[in-house]
Ligand binder design. Structure first.
Ligand code: PAF
Length: 299
């Protein structure tokens, strides 16, 4: 085995990690990469499990990336627990956990920006200007540092995943991207590091988000119009919780444009703001079974 110790290795510098993962030293072992911002939950552990099954070496990064938080967003209050994360990563079979400081990742700003295309103009990209610039920046740096064969991303952040897939394809990045399904609590709430910031009352209300998306998915299967679906999902959330709608959108996936004849998959996605916590969730559906009524601007 390339990683000599049975125990997890915690690495904090880029130089040390690159030395460890140098292709000449890898000896043809495959590397699976799980980028995270820490405060691990079962969604992350599912990414690690998939990586463990498919690769010789599993690397997880834990880095709360300031570049993807806008002014007034929750960078400071984003939950962090280094020791618990290392323990959970070890239990999930991760070989190397990379935990750099902000100074290590961003020692200086040369001013170069990576701008995502049209896929970032909807959903969280519209609600959080600059967010995906920051995601692409850190993801490119991490891909260059780790040089993974496969990288694992969760479907909860479906827009992020779609943009990263495009980025990898358009720029011929070496890694394959593996999509991993959303992991949910028993009551349907999508697992998220941010769930701990919900008040008790908000945590009780939050499963309404997935319930509302399921109602929208049912309407979609019955051929309802996208506008009617978006309205119904919004109304459900507003009437049954204290959450405020950031967006509810039904779009072609992964293009993230309005649904047209010929669209094969659609995403019904929403973002809902509770007092201090913004939650996102989605359902992706196929249009293949003929239950989808083509979207018509004139309707
Ligand atoms: O999905 C996340 O946790 C982050 O956006 C990522 C991909 C680790 C980049 O900071």
């Amino acid at each position: 085995m390339y990683v000599e110790s049975n125990d997890i290795q915690v690495i904090e510098t880029i130089e040390e990690l690159q030395k460890k993962l140098n292709r000449n030293e890898r000896n043809h072992k495959t590397v699976g990469f799980v980028p995270t911002m820490g405060f691990l939950h079962e969604g992350h552990l599912s990414l690690a499990k998939h990586a463990r099954e498919q690769n010789d070496i599993v690397v997880m990064s834990i880095f709360v990336n300031p570049a993807q938080f806008g002014p007034g967003e929750d960078f400071e209050s984003y939950p962090r627990d280094r020791e618990r994360d290392i323990r959970l990563a070890r239990e999930a079979g991760v070989d190397i956990v990379f935990i750099p400081t902000v100074e290590e990742m961003y020692p200086m700003d040369g001013g170069i920006r990576i701008l995502p295309g049209m896929q970032a103009s909807e959903l969280c990209g519209a609600a959080r200007p600059g967010h995906f610039d920051g995601v692409l920046k850190v993801v490119l740096k991490l891909f260059n540092i780790v040089d993974p064969d496969r990288s694992y991303f969760g479907m909860k952040d479906a827009q992020q995943l779609a943009i990263i897939e495009t980025f990898v394809r358009d720029f011929n990045l070496r890694t394959a991207i593996v999509r991993v399904p959303i992991v949910r609590e028993d009551d349907g709430l999508a697992k998220s590091s941010r769930n701990v910031n919900l008040t008790t009352a908000e945590r009780t209300e939050a499963p309404i988000i997935y319930r509302a998306l399921q109602i929208g998915a049912q309407m979609f299967a019955e051929g309802a119009d996208p506008n009617a679906i978006e309205q119904e999902v919004s109304d459900w959330i507003v009437c049954n919780s204290s959450g405020k709608i950031d967006y509810v959108r039904l779009l072609a996936y992964p293009q993230l444009v309005p649904v047209l004849e010929g669209t094969q998959e659609v995403i019904l996605a929403c973002a809902v703001k509770f007092s201090t916590t913004r939650l996102i969730d989605n359902i992706i559906m196929s249009t293949k079974d003929g239950t989808y009524v083509p979207y018509d601007d004139e309707q």
